[in-house]
Each structure stands twice: as structure tokens, then as C-alpha cells.
Design a protein around this ligand. Sequence first.
Ligand code: OAD
Length: 237
Amino acid sequence: MCVEQARRWIQDASLITVLTGAGISAESGIPTFRGQAGLWKQFRPEDLATPEAFARNPKLVWEWYDWRRGLIDQTKPNNGHYALVQLEHRTPQFTLITQNVDGLHERAGSQTVLEVHGSIWKLRCTECCRSWPDRTVPLCTPPHCVCGALARPGVVWFGENLPEDVWIAAHKATLACDVFLVIGTSAVVYPAAGLAHLAKSSGAKVIEINTEATAISESVDCTLLGPSGQILPELIR
Ligand code: OAD
């Protein structure tokens, strides 16, 4: 059975790399982007998650991010996040790459997290190069930098490059791993989605965990269908 095989691959691996998406936080109560109740069903990314949208209406964009910060602030990591903390402890070389900006992996206790889409808990100046953590909820919007310029959310928007150092580290860990776990992502947003293909073509076993089949299901070694908060603890037991 796929799950037995996946368990063996994980047990035998000395280098495991994991890519997570919004689905891993769904059981914590954070909405995903593309599901039935997904954020992109209710809101248009071009109004809220692009540099142009921010330039047009920073207050509106900040209000939306502040609302999301409030939602996330009410949540806690779930069993899926905690299972990855355990897996990190027992794997000689472990890298966790996340597309999520919610910070739940760190809150669960994951040591090193590569946040390829940034963090909703960081702010960045639009003029100078300052960037700083801020957990205030609600924020006084729109917030400003100490230099007086407008601050923006420390996340990656559509049309922007991923943070270079983080992306290089993610790429390296993907190329080198024995097992690549892809959890709770629709795998349609590039370049992050391309990591699963890169892992596969570099010889890693690619295991997907998702409640439904995705854009990459046909090309992975094994898809485990179900909620990650249930499957992950079973898989690493
Ligand atoms: P999506 O909303 O596109 O996909 C979420 C995935 O999680 C879907 O494939 C669901 O089937 C799956 N899912 C839902 N609940 C689950 C559960 N309990 N266990 C396991 N899987 C579950 O979110 P992402 O793929 O993360 O980027 O989206 C990628 C990027 O698109 C985001 O980082 C964000 C968004 O636009 C930016 O904002 C730049």
C-alpha cells in the first residue's frame, strides 16, 4: 500500500525536504486560497495582492492584511504542524519550505522554516531597506516606517520575485533530498510548485498529502488523500 511504502521511504531517508501550502493550516481554521471557501473566491488578487494594488490603494490592502492577521492570530498549530516538528527532530537533514505566511510552523516549534512567500508578521519599508517583525493586532493602518515612509506587508505579491536567499536555499534542499513531501498545496503557483518536479527529476521519492488530487498528482510517486492533520501523524508514527 502507498502509505506503507511512503512510511518506509521516510524511515530510510537521511535528507527530507518538505513543501507546505495553505492546506496544512486549514485544520487550524485558516482559509485556503482556491478551495470552495477559498480567499480567491471572495476577493480578487489583483485588488489586494499585487504591487499595483498597493500603489493604488494602500489603505484597502492594509485593511485586508490586518483582517487576515486578526484571523490567524486566533488560531493554533494543528497535528500536521506538530508532526513536522517531530519529523525534523528525527531526520539527519531536514528542510521545511512553506508558501504560508501565517507563521504556524514556527509557532509549532519547527526550527528552520524557509518562508518563500514571506511572512504576514513582518513589515517592510517601501522606501528604505528596513524590515521588522510586528505582531500587533489590529495594526493602526496603514503603518509607517521610522523613516516616515509607508510600510508594506512582508509578503510576496503576484508579479514579484521570491526572496533570493530563501529561494536558493529551498532549491538546494530540493535538489539534494531523498524524500520530498508536498503537503496541502494546489501546486499551481510557480516557482514554488516547480520544486516537486525538480525533486522528482533529481531522483527523490515525492510523496503528496492532500484532501484531493492536484496538478502534480500524476507525476508524484504517491498521493495520500486526506487531511494532513490526520495523515502526517500516522505517516511518521
Ligand atoms: P491553495 O488554496 O491553492 O491550495 C490549498 C490546497 O490544500 C488544495 O489543494 C486543497 O485540496 C488542500 N487542502 C485543503 N485542506 C486540506 C487539509 N486539511 N489537508 C491537506 N490538504 C488540504 O493554496 P496554496 O497551494 O498554498 O500566494 O497556494 C499557493 C499560493 O497561492 C499561496 O502561497 C498564495 C496564493 O495566491 C501568494 O499570495 C503569493
